[in-house]
Design a protein around this ligand. Structure first.
Ligand code: SF4
Length: 329
């Protein structure tokens, strides 16, 4: 099946950011979670997620980023050649993005990830990876310390059976242990990385209380995302894991006390969809505003300015989900 770039949406275009984050920070009110409010007039989302790599060594059944559609249509290997991926990073930096998050699939499986991180840092961006943590050796951490600012660890449960049920396990069979996560985070802290934890709340972990773990780990940010259905990515497996908005709110409420030891960042379905600027493994912007990935033309063929107008993003939602914060460590 060949997937054609979608028609540009009728919504407002994505404008280039002209101010500084410091200016924005001074001008607007924040709520109890330090998220910016009433900023719908601001248009430029200054952070971008580059899903550079389709392969993954885990099998999470709710995964929003399986990219089998991309692999089966235009990118059989599931990733760009190294040189083109480096060019994409350069284009994103030149366009004005201030922060880049390398995601996947599992980005640490990509042999040239360190070069992409270094190129982004060299181009002046704040750098982040989102990882399941299974490949974060001391050698990787040491080798990337100079250029990598943040590491977001995906931890959905501390219970091996729950992780197995979700597929949050190597090859879907070997979950990482709590002791592994703790040792890993100690190493990351000792080396000075900014630590985030991302948790996807779904039917399997809905009643799990993670307060003690989070308060011991003390990440700088704990992002809690509602499991959502994205057509073409997870619709074959997600139904048994979906939860209601009220159930998501109850999970947040159960963990409210962690605000004394971390910044809690709740992301319900309505704030996830359309609030991220993302680039797929083929080097195209995409959005999920309507519950399906909508892909732009390739950045290296038409440039960021044209490609980004072919997706729909909502800066107001970006602010409401707490996307704007002090990026530097
Ligand atoms: S580790 Fe991440 S990319 Fe891999 S299957 Fe799980 S959610 Fe998807």
């Amino acid at each position: 099946m060949k997937i054609e770039p979608s028609e540009p949406p009728a919504k407002r275009p994505h404008r280039k950011f002209k101010g500084t984050l410091a200016n924005v920070s001074r001008s607007y009110k924040t709520d109890q979670f330090n998220r910016f409010q009433n900023l719908e007039d601001y248009q430029f989302i200054p952070s971008v997620n580059f899903h550079l790599w389709e392969p993954c060594n885990m099998r999470c059944k709710f995964c929003f980023a399986t990219f089998q559609d991309v692999k089966q249509s235009i990118l059989p290997k599931g990733h760009l050649p190294k040189g083109e991926a480096l060019e994409v990073v350069q284009e994103l930096a030149s366009f004005g993005f201030q922060k880049i998050t390398f995601a996947g699939g599992e980005p640490t499986l990509c042999p040239w990830l360190p070069e992409l991180i270094a190129a982004a840092k060299e181009a002046g961006m704040i750098t982040t990876i989102v990882t399941n943590g299974s490949k974060l050796t001391d050698a990787f951490l040491k080798a990337n310390r100079k250029n990598l600012d943040w590491i977001a660890l995906s931890i959905d449960s501390l219970n091996p059976e729950t992780n197995l049920k979700m597929g949050r396990a190597i090859a879907g069979q070997k979950p990482l242990s709590v002791a592994y996560y703790k040792t890993l985070m100690e190493s990351m802290k000792a080396m000075g990385f900014g630590i985030k934890i991302n948790t996807v709340v779904n039917r399997a972990n809905l009643s799990e209380n993670m307060v003690d773990f989070i308060c011991e780990a003390k990440p700088l940010r704990w992002k809690i995302l509602q499991a959502i259905q994205i057509k073409g990515q997870n619709d074959g497996k997600i139904s048994e894991f979906l939860i209601s908005d009220n159930e998501f709110d109850a999970f947040i409420e159960m963990h409210h006390q962690v605000t004394s030891c971390t910044t809690l960042v709740p992301e319900p379905e309505n704030l996830i969809k359309g609030s991220y600027v993302m680039v797929d493994p083929a080097g195209r912007f995409f959005d999920d505003a309507s519950g399906i990935h909508r892909y732009s033309c390739k950045i290296l063929e038409v440039g960021c300015a044209q490609a980004i107008q072919q997706i729909e993003t909502d800066f107001g939602k970006f602010l409401k989900r707490g996307g704007l914060y002090q990026f530097s460590i």
